[in-house]
Structure formats: structure tokens, C-alpha cells
Ligand binder design. Structure first.
Ligand code: GZL
Length: 326
């Protein structure tokens, strides 16, 4: 029996030919090289254009690659997403693409996949890095740098307002890595660079347009002195714009709205002067995700964190990018 730091080789009655390679406790399971794979994609929900665009990108690429796709939709429930991943494991998929809805609840599912010898690639959202590590517990993370997205929106807002204003913040889904990190990036930048600005209130709108509208309505009533709304995604920003107009105020004039994602309706709102800016968060990375799968099967080294570049949209370029926005 040969045991080394990286791999546990267990001899069987068949001698060398019967050697079974299983990943040592600290190693991502290997992926056999073959032409076509049975892959799982456990989506968080389908209640906004970003999720729908991501799903379309993954499904299109799976079809192009001749993959057998096991697709599930957790309908905004982390518990259901865990069950969905466990079901994929039971179905014996070769590989799992997972956007963990929230950073902590999905960790047992990630560990179950590892124990079952199935590599997992986190696509778009991350798990709590203190509890599960890329390159050890799962293959890697591919997605945006959410802290940087928050920082870029804060910098634009400070520039636009001369570092003055009172902010209401609409947070994404509670416990989701983009919500945690977009808050950190924005709030820390405001604190560090704009001492005269204040964040009056910050509450989750769950990345959803109508919830964003309801929360914005409540917070704007509680804080009539607010001059800025920072939304963690365009859907909530569009909800806030509706709330601002319902209150008889003019978005872009009485209240500056700033956001992230770069979805079509968001970019249109920039063209219309109702949204100040949106940092892109590109959902179309099906091709890149499948490239990683094939590179891994090929024995290439996969970096633990693969960051998608994000453009930045405001009145200077919104018209030009609108036709290709998701
Ligand atoms: C970000 C992604 C977020 C989008 C929201 O990568 O996880 O989820 O910003 C979506 O629009 O719901």
C-alpha cells in the first residue's frame, strides 16, 4: 500500500492493476478524462434576469459540449439547494457546478460531493472560506470580485456627489457572498474616503425587485433626508426607483440611485437618467465554467479563484452597451 501526502493509493486483490485512486482527505477528487460528462447545475432560483441569464449560459454550453445536464432550481431555498446537490450525488454525476445561495448552509453539500468523489466548481457565489477551501474541498471559485464591485460603486458615488449625501442601502440575500462582500466593499470605502457621508439604514431586499421596492419605500419614509440609494443589484435598484417615483420624487434628481449587475432594464434606466451607475456582474460564464471542467480532466492546474472582469456602466457608455446587456 503506498500512502503519500497527496493521494491515497489502496492496493486491492488485483495488485497494481486493481489500484483504486481515492483523493486523500485534503485533495479535490480527480475527474476522469472522457468526451462527454454527466454534470449537475444546482441553481439558487429563477426570480431575476441575472439568474435566468446564468442558467441560459450554463444550459447552452452543456448542450454545445454534449453534456448530460442535471438541472435543479432551489426556488430561493438554501435547504432545497442542499437537497438538490445531494440528489445529484445520488444520481452519480461526474461534476457539479454550484452557486451556493448562502455562504454557510451549502458547505455540507460541498463536503458530501467531495466524499462521493465528485469535484465541485463554485460558479458565481462562494462559501465561507474559513469553513471550506478552494483546491481542497472544492475545485475552485469562478465569479466576480464582489468587494471590488462595492468599492467601484462607492468611488463613483463619492465622485458624483463630491463626498456628500445620506445613503440608504438595499442588501442582497441574507448570507449570500455577493451581499456580504458588496456591503463590505461599499461601506468600507465610504467610511475611508467620505467622512461627510452617512449610511442611514441598510436592509435586505433579497436581490428581488418587489422586495427592493417595499424596503426602499419603508426606509425612504423613515429617512426623508436620504439623498442616495445603493442597491446590491439592479432589480432592487429598479424597485427603489419605483418607490421614489411613487413618493413624488425624481430619481436621478432628488435621489441618486446606484447599483450593480448591468442587466438590460438597469442599463435602460441609466439611459433614462433614473439610475446613476451599475457595475457589471456578468452572468454569462457557461463557456468558462466548462473550459475549467475540461482543463481539470486534462490534468491542468486550476487556480483556486478565477475572477471575471467587470465593466462599469454610467451615462457615458450605457447607450452603447444596452443592445448586448443581459
Ligand atoms: C452575483 C449574483 C447575484 C446578482 C443578483 O454574482 O449572485 O445574484 O447580483 C442575483 O442579481 O440574484
Amino acid at each position: 500500500m503506498i500512502i503519500d501526502r497527496r493521494t491515497l493509493l489502496i492496493g486491492t486483490a488485483g495488485g497494481v492493476a486493481g489500484l483504486t485512486i481515492i483523493p486523500a482527505f485534503g485533495q479535490v477528487p480527480p475527474l476522469k478524462k472522457k468526451d462527454h460528462y454527466k454534470v449537475g447545475f444546482a441553481q439558487t432560483e429563477s426570480n431575476n434576469p441575472w439568474r435566468l441569464a446564468q442558467t441560459a449560459s450554463m444550459k447552452d454550453e452543456a448542450a454545445k459540449r454534449g453534456a448530460q445536464l442535471v438541472y435543479t432550481d432551489a426556488a430561493s431555498s438554501a435547504a432545497k439547494q442542499v437537497a438538490d446537490v445531494n440528489s445529484m450525488i445520488a444520481q452519480g454525476v461526474d461534476f457539479i457546478f454550484l452557486p451556493p445561495r448562502e455562504e454557510k448552509p451549502l458547505i455540507p453539500a460541498v463536503m458530501n460531493a467531495k466524499k462521493a468523489g465528485i469535484p465541485v466548481l463554485l460558479v458565481d457565489r462562494n462559501v465561507d472560506p474559513s469553513l471550506a477551501k478552494p483546491g481542497v474541498d472544492f475545485l475552485a471559485f469562478i465569479g466576480s470580485n464582489f468587494v471590488l464591485e462595492g468599492q467601484r460603486v462607492a468611488d463613483w458615488t463619492i465622485e458624483k456627489t463630491g463626498g456628500k449625501g445620506k445613503i440608504i442601502e438595499l442588501e442582497g440575500s441574507v448570507g449570500a457572498s455577493p451581499a456580504n462582500d458588496r456591503k463590505k466593499g461599499f461601506d468600507d470605502t465610504i467610511k475611508a474616503k467620505a467622512p461627510d457621508m452617512v449610511i442611514l439604514a441598510s436592509q435586505s431586499g433579497d436581490f428581488a425587485r418587489d422586495k427592493g421596492r417595499q424596503v426602499a419605500e419603508t426606509l425612504l419614509q423613515a429617512h426623508p433626508d436620504a439623498t442616495i440609494v445603493y442597491a446590491h443589484n439592479d432589480e432592487m435598484a429598479l424597485g427603489a426607483i419605483a418607490a421614489i417615483e411613487a413618493a413624488g420624487k425624481v430619481p436621478g434628481k432628488d435621489i441618486l440611485v446606484v447599483s450593480i449587475d448591468g442587466e438590460k432594464d438597469g442599463v435602460q434606466a441609466i439611459v433614462d437618467g433614473k439610475l446613476g451607475c451599475s457595475c457589471e456582474c456578468n452572468p454569462r460564464f457557461g463557456p468558462a465554467a466548462f473550459d475549467i471542467l475540461y482543463k481539470y480532466a486534462n490534468g491542468d492546474t486550476i487556480p483556486p479563484m478565477i475572477i471575471n472582469p467587470d465593466r462599469f456602466f454610467d451615462a457615458s457608455n450605457a447607450k452603447e452597451v444596452l443592445p448586448t446587456a443581459f
